[in-house]
Design a protein around this ligand. Structure first.
Ligand code: ADP
Ligand code: MG
Ligand code: MG
Length: 909
């Protein structure tokens, strides 16, 4: 026989497992073991490991039962010994629960069965033993209900149907003319059992099993199966929990909260999970079992008196009623409360983190059934970690690691006023594409958005979907709502970059641009009406809802300070405007890692000069147009350099394919024809000429600068002149000029020479100088391969991992929407490589490029400026390859700062 241990026992303050065995025992099992070890009262039981779940999926039912049969029997024997009762015995029966529990907590996603081991004989025996017939029959009907659902599959047939068991209960309640479950008499419960069993037989064709052992095996396998139910799958996808992990199964002696008025059940948190306030809180119900508290059938009562009073205010319950009808556990059962309070403190001190606990009281005795690190909001996460640090319970590094970088996002955007949101009406729901709260008047067109905003109105831009032409309208809108498109749609990506609230793909919305109406479920809303968006939940509300600024001082500020203290890498931002630069600076950016220059050519009249340049026949024509662009560019750079004074700004020379700038519409072609004094047909011909089959691999990047050197020359001049102009005003600019899309040394070298010669010329003209660097993007795979050569001339590298990913995979990013979702569904890819850096493949090029570059130039400054620069796992990777900095969009700067610090701390361990 193999030596693998598959079953771990616990009970009577001893356990074979412990807290750090979560991978094997699941979170629930590991903590049940640990609670035993530290002397917390826990009903005895055993845990079947997650590995058995994997074996089950691989080998099937029969082989797995064989593998664990004797261990399970031994586990039951151990429970029997401690409980002094017998599983399946009719005189002195022992009942068990069979509970799921994966490595990562997946609350409510998988199945649990309570009161297992009951049949007619056992019921009779238990009734004699306890003298409490009502309790016994209540337990039995609950058991049949849960088992019938989970193991035998008697579920509602469609989502409109109600649960078949609930239907039977409702029917009986109607017949008996009672309202509450608790009003049903013992005979009614007996009747329910009969009807339940009949329904099971009729609908599944199978008899409800009476043999406790058959029940037990059925339940164990059903829990394994529940790992693969739809809800669990969806939850795993949402939370990036791997499919391979599997769930453990916990079999545990039942304790009963439904034995009368000295029994009950509850859940509690050692601190407030919404705000982080250090206040023990929770809810309980008398004479109830398991999930009754969360199920919402009865109004649960508060655990502490303080909590109870706060609840009464919110629920508009008078103090009189509160005390009499809904007293707190503290008032109701002071002794049990005291014990519970001590245990919660003990658990928090032991785990050194906020705990979420489940407990049951059986005839005045307290039992703990679960503890886990409580799920919490971003605000509670930050506050709890900083409080535990102040309380001396954890050290700085632990405090930093306690915060999930992505959750900081919740704290960075404007939020709805808590009171106002409660009263609001939900119109529709879409995807939570970009967090935050927005409220404004509906406009359907980007130019209207601009016009209205200019008049000081707050607008929400509502579109079927957005395109690059809507950018400026999006920029002035409070938020963006689209009817089509997913989490990576144009609207979603751009909004996240802007740190702007966005709800995308709200499918229930019908938009009619002609009549300027939006229809939702028959209700129509028109241009100018107020709506509100919650980008964190995807909810769309009717009307105006008050918002408040997030508070970024206090605990948040303290966390950021700590992160800076422990980090090695620093964080820059990707910003093209002074406004973005300032936002990022406020969030702690230490410079700009990517300033794209192309948008500067779109605004206002500039596009005309730009188009003139592109459509010109020869260098002379181009130079003429570039001359008009020079002062405009210079001014743009002055603005950005000033906003980032004393910090480096990496400016990337023109990158996109030229044809993106040319006029495609008739009207614009006509305009250009007049401008350039040629015919529209000639313009048309030129536009066709510029057409490319594969623009992303075409005439773009430094290929532009190498075919039209005068473009690079103009841009270099604008940059240097801007810096000199500021120097005169006493403002220090630190430009780093970056050549895009380099693939070979020569390609870069020619650009570098143009830049340096231009700079020298300007220095000469102005009789003044500034320091600057010339470096390159590494985004073509070849550049990573010959990085040692490129580093002979380049003073810095910035990994453009968007293009690098695109070219390494050979996936066109703009077309990937057609196949990426399918690839992820089929498991061909684990995640979208444009969001999370592919460390295995693309990562090799990043690592190699960095190393090779530094063999030539040991102090080579290396950073990243792709979308990945703000994604925590990618940031960690950048730390490991030895980068100096990461650069990301302004609103991700704090996230990257925290991720960088965590990477440094993990590295030391
Ligand atoms: P979930 O993972 O969905 O929280 P649990 O396994 O924790 O499911 O069980 C659901 C409910 O049943 C919880 O309220 C739990 O406290 C209760 N419960 C589970 N096992 C027992 C037991 N042995 N005795 C009493 N109550 C139990
Ligand atoms: Mg639970
Ligand atoms: Mg690129």
């Amino acid at each position: 026989m193999s030596e693998t241990k598959r079953v771990y026992k616990f009970g009577n303050k001893a356990a074979e497992g412990k807290a750090d065995m979560k991978n094997l025992l699941g979170g629930k099992g590991a903590n049940l073991a640990e609670m035993n070890r530290i002397g917390v009262p826990v009903p005895p039981g055993f845990t079947i490991t997650t590995e058995v779940c994997t074996e089950y999926n691989l080998l099937g039912k029969d082989k797995v039962i064989k593998l664990i049969k004797s261990d399970v029997e031994d586990g039951i024997a151990n429970i029997e010994k401690i409980m002094n009762s017998k599983f399946g015995d009719s005189k002195n029966p022992c009942l068990v629960s069979v509970r799921s529990g994966a490595r990562a907590s997946m609350p409510g996603m998988m199945d649990t069965i309570l009161n297992l081991g009951l049949n007619e004989e056992v019921v009779a025996g238990l009734a004699r033993k306890t003298g409490n017939e009502r309790f016994v029959w209540d337990s039995y009907r609950r058991f049949i209900q849960m088992y019938g659902d989970v193991v035998m599959g008697l579920k509602p047939e469609s989502k409109e149907d109600i649960d078949p068991f609930e239907e039977i209960i409702d029917h009986l309640k109607e017949q008996k003319k009672v309202v509450n479950d608790t009003d049903l008499k013992v005979d009614d419960l007996k009747e329910l059992v009969i009807r339940f069993r009949k329904a099971v037989k009729e609908k599944t064709g199978k008899d409800f099993p009476d043999d406790p052992w058959e029940q037990l095996w059925g339940a164990i396998l059903a829990v394994f199966d529940s790992w693969n139910n739809d809800r669990a799958k969806f939850y795993r996808k949402l939370n990036n929990i791997p499919e391979e992990w599997g769930t453990a199964v916990n079999v545990q002696a039942m304790v009963f909260g439904n034995m009368g008025n000295t029994s009950g059940t509850g859940v509690a948190f050692t601190r407030d999970a919404a705000t982080g306030e250090n206040l023990f809180n929770g809810e309980y119900l008398i004479n109830a079992q398991g999930e009754d508290v969360v199920a919402g059938i009865r109004t649960p009562q508060q655990i502490t008196k303080e909590g109870s009073k706060r609840w009464a205010v919110l629920a508009s319950v008078s103090e009189e009623d509160r005390k009499n009808k809904y007293p707190s556990l503290e008032e109701n059962m002071p002794e049990i409360y005291k014990e519970l309070d001590e245990i919660q403190q003990k658990l928090e001190d032991h785990y050194k983190d906020m705990q979420d606990i489940e407990f049951t009281m059986q005839e005045g005795k307290l039992w703990l059934l679960q503890t886990r690190n409580g799920k919490r909001t971003g605000a509670a996460m930050v506050k709890t970690s900083m409080d535990l640090l102040t309380e001396g319970k954890i050290d700085e590094k632990t405090a930093i690691l306690r915060n999930e970088p992505n959750k900081l996002d919740e704290l960075l955007h404007r939020v709805f006023d808590k009171g106002a949101i409660k009263k609001a009406r939900v119109l529709a729901k879409g995807l939570p594409a970009s967090p935050g709260a927005a409220t404004g008047q509906i406009v359907f067109f980007a130019d209207d958005a601009e016009e209205w905003a200019a008049k000081g109105k707050k607008v929400v831009l509502v579109r079927i979907e957005t395109s690059p032409e809507d950018l400026r309208g999006m920029n002035v809108a409070q938020g963006i709502l689209t009817a089509r498109g997913g989490m990576t749609s144009h609207a979603a990506v751009v909004a996240r970059g802007m740190g702007k609230c966005c709800v995308s793909g709200a499918g229930a919305i019908r938009i009619d641009y002609k009549t300027r109406l939006m229809n939702v479920d028959g209700k129509s809303v028109k241009e100018g009406d107020w709506i509100s968006l919650n980008g964190t939940t995807g909810e769309v509300y009717d009307g105006q809802i008050a918002t408040v600024d997030p508070d970024l001082s206090g605990d948040f500020g303290k966390l950021m300070e700590l992160a800076d203290k422990h980090t090695r890498m620093y964080v820059r931002t990707n910003a093209d405007t002074p406004k973005d630069a300032r936002i990022a600076r406020n969030f702690g950016a230490k410079g700009i890692g990517l300033c794209r220059t192309e948008h500067m050519f779109f605004e206002g009249d500039r596009i005309i000069s730009m188009r003139e340049m592109i459509l010109a026949d020869d260098e002379t024509g181009r130079r003429k147009a570039l001359k008009e662009l020079l002062p405009i560019q210079r001014e743009d750079f002055e603005g950005i350099f000033e906003a980032m004074h004393d910090l480096p700004v990496t400016v990337r020379l023109l990158d996109p394919p030229l044809h993106e700038f040319v006029p495609h519409e008739d009207e614009n072609q006509q305009e250009m024809a007049v401008e350039m004094g040629i015919t529209k047909e000639q313009i048309k011909a030129k536009v066709e000429d510029l057409h490319e089959f594969n623009p992303m691999l075409g005439h773009r990047g430094c290929r532009l600068g190498n075919t039209y050197p005068e473009i690079s020359e103009m841009q270099a001049r604008a940059i240097i002149e801007a810096a000199l102009n500021l120097k005169k005003k006493g403002i220090r600019a630190i430009p780093e000029i970056m050549v895009p899309l380099t693939g070979s040394l020569k390609e870069f070298q020619i650009q570098e020479e143009i830049i340096r010669q231009t700079a020298e010329k300007v220095f000469e003209e102005r009789k003044d100088k500034i320091d600057y660097l010339v470096g390159t993007m590494i985004e073509v795979p070849r550049a990573a391969l010959v990085a040692d050569k490129i580093a002979e001339k380049a003073e810095f590298f910035s990994f453009g991992t968007n293009d690098l990913t695109q070219m390494t995979f050979g996936y066109s990013r703009d077309d990937s929407g057609k196949f990426l979702p399918v690839y992820i569904d089929k498991g061909i890819l684990k995640y979208d490589p444009f969001q999370i850096l592919d460390q295995e493949g693309v990562g090799q090029l990043v690592d190699m490029g960095t190393k090779r570059g530094r063999t030539t130039r040991p102090k080579l400054k290396v950073g990243i400026c792709g979308e990945h620069g703000g994604e925590p796992s990618s940031v960690e990777f950048c730390h490991r390859v030895g980068m100096d900095y990461v650069s990301c969009s302004p609103y991700r700067v704090p996230i990257a700062r925290l991720a960088a610090a965590q990477a440094a701390i993990k590295d030391q361990k």
